[in-house]
Design a protein around this ligand. Structure first.
Ligand code: NIG
Ligand code: FE
Length: 390
């Protein structure tokens, strides 16, 4: 197996807890990383790096773990430019817009859906994302949900069944019938293609009892829960997520003290999605409050055509630092190790021997520039599973 050293790294973010430094990032200055096959085999100071077959000069720039985008909705057709435009003139965002994308997605051929997915994945890769989770939820029939998951599973292992995104239009008068479908025939068709089950627990989507029934049925089929919780209003989603040991409660924009206490006392990561608040002109989630309470926080894009049409984790990092009370170190950690925790993975989101060689090289001397230089395309190189892709 051939080995490669990436050396002359001004700032290396490892997220390796065994390296004590004064930041949560396990920083190494004047560093090197050695890759063998698809794994990291060594990290440390450049001058101590072992001999390798190949050598890459990082040119005094920063290297960090590839971003882990643990929340996206990439299997869809059409866009919602007009809805965004109207919102920017004052119209409110609501769950109902999802149905616009459902109609376009149902009408699309597999090849069109997959081409759109691949285009967005490529966009994300060029911005440093090396792992992404993605969901169904714009099909809302047995066939269309299973199709979305089949297509997604060709491109990632982190596939989430979100038949419970909103009640399908055909069931507008019979939400209980739709929940029965989601927990019955649709679950049967979807479970083989997914790792996770998700529900949009919100006014206009599914209430706490419905969400509990859906997640419990998924768990019984071996799917692990994650929850769209407390995005547009206060509600039971976050506490339900913790109670069911969901890997993540996502959005967390409207939190009571009881919600924060529940997160702090459980194993559920709070995944914050500032692209959604940006694009819906909503109030920001309070990352500072969660971090101060000891909650593990992840940052992801929520890339979808309605509430957050960005594939850029660097953009989300910049928003989180500017508007959500996070330090640059905390935001970068949330977008790497935090995302890995939200997917219950320890082989990604960090650069230490044994982890996957998923790395991002920045055209900047440190990771802080992701927030300091917002909107600038700083990603200069991306390795995924040890292979240079950008
Ligand atoms: O995470 N909140 C629910 N689902 C998406 C929005 C989907 C849409 O508007 O199409 C979200 O923001
Ligand atoms: Fe979402």
């Amino acid at each position: 197996m051939s080995s490669t050293v990436i050396s002359n790294i001004a700032t290396l973010v490892t997220n390796d807890p065994s390296l004590r430094d004064d930041s949560p990032l396990g920083l190494v200055r004047d560093a090197a990383v050695v890759i063998e096959g698809d794994r990291v085999v060594w990290t440390g100071e450049s001058r101590k790096a072992p001999a390798t077959d190949n050598r890459v000069d990082a040119g005094g720039r920063a290297v960090l773990p590839g971003f882990v985008d643990s929340h996206s909705h990439l299997v869809f057709a059409g866009d919602r430019t007009e809805e965004f435009n109207a919102r920017m003139s004052g119209r409110a965002y609501g769950a109902g817009g999802i149905r616009t994308t459902v109609a376009a997605t149902r009408a699309a051929a597999d090849a069109e859906l997959e081409a759109n997915l691949v285009r967005l994945l490529d966009e994300a890769l060029r911005q440093g994302t090396t792992t992404f989770e993605t969901k169904s939820g714009y099909g809302l029939t047995v066939e269309d949900e299973a199709r979305a998951l089949r297509l997604a599973a060709r491109h990632t292992d982190e596939v989430t069944y979100l038949g419970a995104h909103v009640v399908a239009p055909e069931y507008a008068e019979d939400p209980a019938g739709y929940v029965a479908l989601v927990t019955g025939e649709m679950l049967d068709a979807c479970a083989p293609h997914a790792r996770w089950i998700d529900v949009f627990c919100e006014e206009g989507a599914f209430d706490g009892d419905q969400a509990r029934a859906i997640l419990t049925a998924g768990k019984a089929r071996g799917l692990h829960p994650r929850v769209h919780a407390n995005q547009l209003s206060y509600g039971p989603g976050v506490r339900l997520a913790v109670e069911l040991d969901a890997a993540s409660a996502d959005h967390c924009t409207h939190l009571t003290d009881a919600d924060v206490d529940a997160l702090a006392g459980g194993n559920t990561v709070a995944t914050l999605l500032p692209g959604a608040e940006f694009s819906t002109r909503a109030e920001w989630p309070d990352a500072r409050r969660l971090l101060d309470a000891g909650v593990t926080v992840a940052l992801s894009t929520d890339c979808n055509p309605g509430s957050s049409f960005t594939s850029s984790v660097p953009f989300c990092v910049a928003l989180a630092v500017r508007d959500m009370g996070m330090t640059p170190d905390e935001a970068v950690r949330a977008a790497t190790a935090g995302g890995a925790a939200a997917l219950r993975r320890d082989d990604i989101g960090r650069l230490a021997p044994g982890a996957y060689a998923d790395l991002t090289l920045l055209d900047a001397p440190s990771h802080v520039h992701l927030a300091y230089r917002p909107g600038v395309p700083l990603v200069a190189g991306v390795w995924r599973r040890g292979v240079r892709r950008v």
